[in-house]
Design a protein around this ligand. Structure first.
Ligand code: NAD
Length: 333
């Protein structure tokens, strides 16, 4: 039995988490779930959005599946997602994005993986007011942080039969910070002669990716560009409702959908649970449960290819729980 902490989260989180949990349970992977709260709803109940018991459970299980968590804009508590990444030093955010059968988009043949540095950069939120006339944010990039994310991207490429890694940066302008990131990526690339290495300036990369996404393979980026680029790439393959992700550290890994808590959809049983189900597939592979992972992924792809037994956001008629039922039924065929 694998022990996994399940954090249902806010908004549509509990519904998509329940759908993913039922699908995983039906896949044959032996999972002992430890369900713990975090997020806005928990803040209202206990005065903290991230209770110590939840952290203890993740610490001891070392693997978690997490529903989306609301972050108040401007004021209020700091992002629980960022806090979890910091607490467990989850330095690699991995988002595989590929065209799915039956999901109509402007592109075909997209199959890329965004590897985003998850702990540094402007995203670390090291910022302050200067009096009341200005505000300053520090973009921190370290050699250690850049090296471990570059190495992760190349190791991922090797392990997953990928051919090319592209580092994305703005080193022409931010010569120190992005310059260091690029320099380290080049150094690591030299240790992987079997993998092609290229680099591109972030603005040009945005244009090229929407023009010809099929030419990209593994992308490695500092935190903020990675955050933006991964949503852009999710848009190329049918939207954030379909995109899974993993946050990987040395001792711990947390798997979650790319989308947020979509409060408008909460409690309506109309959210698409695919992103969290595919995040669970990534989790099962991380746990070595390859057969169960393949079974779930195969069932999801076959429902997508059929085009009818899918959720409303992608042209079907099923609700969240009915889609989970359909995946479970498809797995048993
Ligand atoms: P969102 O992803 O929650 O929703 C944007 C829109 O995308 C929704 O209105 C909906 O139309 C669609 N959508 C998203 N997920 C869907 C799904 N599974 N099925 C069908 N449609 C779906 O983004 P937002 O509105 O910018 O953010 C809402 C909250 O979520 C914010 O508080 C934000 O901070 C938080 N958030 C959390 C995470 C996380 O927990 N990792 C990630 C992103 C945003």
């Amino acid at each position: 039995m694998h022990k996994v902490t399940l954090i249902p989260g806010d908004g549509i989180g509990p519904e998509v988490a329940e759908a993913a949990r039922r699908v995983v349970d039906a896949s044959g992977a032996g999972i002992e779930w430890h369900v713990h709260p975090a997020g806005e709803a928990q803040m209202a109940v206990s005065g903290t959005p991230l209770p110590e018991e939840t952290l203890d459970s993740v610490r001891s299980d070392r693997v978690a599946l997490k529903g989306p968590i609301t972050t108040p804009v401007g004021s209020g508590f700091r992002s629980v997602n960022v806090a979890l990444r910091k607490e467990f030093d989850l330095y690699a955010n991995v988002r595989p994005l590929r065209s799915l059968p039956g999901v109509k988009t402007r592109y075909e043949g997209v199959d890329l993986v965004v590897v985003r540095e998850n702990t540094e950069d402007l995203y670390a939120g090291i910022e302050h007011m200067i009096g009341d006339y200005a505000a300053e944010s520090i973009k921190l990039i370290t050699r250690t942080g850049s090296e471990r994310i570059a190495r992760y991207a190349f190791d991922y490429a090797v392990a997953n039969g990928r051919k090319k890694v592209t580092a994305i940066h703005k080193a022409n302008i931010m010569k120190c910070t992005d310059g260091l990131f690029l320099d380290v990526c080049r150094g690591v690339a030299a240790e992987y002669p079997q993998i092609e290495f290229t680099d591109e300036i972030v603005d040009a990369a945005c244009m090229h990716i929407v023009q010809r996404p099929e030419q990209y393979d593994v992308l490695v980026l500092p935190n903020l560009y990675g955050d933006i680029m991964s949503d852009l790439c999710a848009g190329l393959v049918g939207g954030i409702g379909l995109a899974p992700s993993a946050n990987i550290g040395k001792d711990c890994a947390i798997f979650e959908a790319v989308h947020g808590s979509a409060p408008k959809h909460a409690g309506k049983n109309d959210a698409n649970p695919t992103a969290l189900i595919l995040s669970a597939v990534m989790m099962l592979r991380h746990l070595g449960e390859r057969e169960a992972a393949d079974r779930i992924e195969g069932a999801v792809l076959s429902l997508f290819a059929g085009g009818e037994r899918v959720t409303r956001d992608i042209g079907g008629s099923l609700g969240t729980s009915e889609f989970a039922d359909a995946v479970i039924e498809e797995m048993s065929k």
